[in-house]
Design a protein around this ligand. Structure first.
Ligand code: 13P
Ligand code: SF4
Length: 363
């Protein structure tokens, strides 16, 4: 359950049904329209993204991009965007892009007064934990995550009681309440190192690795530590099957497959490489495969394609409905009204911050 914030209730005169028209009214007030002058001004940017944004969509996006970039400078706001955001966000307005760990690190060092998190709620909450004095906004408070929804603080307390003296390593895809009950956080890019470090620190050969069941099983294959898992799943990655990947390979023997570790272990076993979203991007940049299937959220292939024009992307398009709640009109509204603000009670924030900071220090 995503906590409701005071700020979202205070949202000025902004019922969901008229959200599009609110954003259009802002553009009207700023006198930004798609005309020949704007078309010319934005042409270099469009040239960069034209392989993934159809020409019919650009006249809609361009005025929002112009307005957001202008307001961002005026308000000293910084836009952090996850690798799963759509290309017009990822390539045209984001100041920082990356995987969960990179975004958490950048959030910890940002100089902006306002952070706009283009991603899901737990990411914005992590930014707030690391920047308690800054205004952290998420363009849509409903952008959740099936992993974060799978567990709450009481579940973690029960696990601790059932497994005393076993360290609890919690994936960042969780609420602050869950992080607060944990010994440390991890992301997909540092999970194995964190599990090994915690086992050594606690002097144990068992570690609780929650809440992603598949990530836990994939970590277990890379360590001698006994991993105790929870039953959470990413609703995007759990949809991929080993049989589907075998079929892709049978149809195209030259195809390279790279998979995110939130996929089931038999899916990861079919892949040539597995890693966090940023490791997958780096793998493509470094290896320049002729044809690649990125077994992860669908927008990422578009984002990577822009910078790797010689690589062909095979796309079974599994979209994350939560990531896709974020759009240019909602980002513009968040910037203008400074609404959809994230608050975390300091009683929860303090231990949750410790778990995230410990991870950043260790990673
Ligand atoms: P990473 O970007 O850290 O690999 O996480 C993937 C993901 O599913 C985030 O929601
Ligand atoms: Fe959560 Fe999966 Fe969506 Fe990432 S892709 S936000 S893990 S549901």
């Amino acid at each position: 359950m995503i906590p409701q914030t005071t700020a979202s209730l205070d949202r000025p005169n902004k019922p969901n049904a008229v959200m599009g028209s609110q954003a259009e009214a802002i553009l009207e007030r700023m006198n930004i329209h798609y005309d020949t002058a704007l078309e010319r001004e934005m042409a270099p940017l469009y040239t960069r993204v034209q392989s993934v944004i159809p020409p019919i969509e650009w006249p809609f996006f361009a005025p929002y991009i112009k307005a957001i970039n202008q307001l961002k400078r005026e308000k000293n706001a910084v836009i952090l965007a996850h690798n799963y955001q759509t290309p017009e966000i990822f390539h045209c307005i984001a100041d920082v892009v990356g995987d969960s760990l990179q975004l958490a690190r950048e959030a910890a060092k940002t100089k902006g007064d306002i952070i706009i998190q283009c991603g899901v709620h737990f990411m914005a909450e992590t930014s707030k934990l690391l920047n308690p004095d800054k205004k952290v906004l998420i363009p849509d408070m409903k952008a959740g995550c099936s992993l974060a929804e799978s567990i709450n603080g009481a579940d973690v307390r029960a696990l601790r009681e059932a497994h005393p003296n076993v360290p609890i390593v919690t994936y960042v895809n969780t609420s602050a309440e869950v992080k607060a009950e944990s010994d440390i956080c991890c992301t997909s890019s540092n999970a194995v190192a964190i599990v090994n470090a915690m086992a050594a620190e606690f002097g144990t050969d068992e570690v609780l690795c929650i809440p992603d069941e598949f990530l836990a099983k994939n970590i277990a294959k890379e360590t001698n530590i006994k991993i105790i898992a929870w039953k959470g799943r990413c609703e995007v990655h759990e949809r991929f099957t080993a049989a589907e990947l075998q079929q892709y390979r049978a149809d195209d023997p030259g195809l390279v497959i790279i998979a995110h570790p939130e996929c089931a272990p038999d899916v990861v076993a079919e892949a040539n490489f597995s890693g966090s979203t940023s490791s997958m991007i780096k793998w493509v940049q470094d290896n320049q495969p002729t044809r690649v299937l990125m077994v992860t959220e669908c927008s990422m292939s578009d984002n990577v394609a822009v910078e790797n024009p010689h690589v062909q992307f095979v796309r079974p398009c599994n979209l994350c409905p939560h990531m896709k709640q974020i759009s240019l009109p909602k980002i513009l509204e968040a910037l203008v009204y400074e609404c959809e603000e994230i608050f975390v009670d300091e009683k929860v924030a303090k231990p949750a911050r410790r778990a995230v900071e410990r991870m950043i220090a260790l990673a």
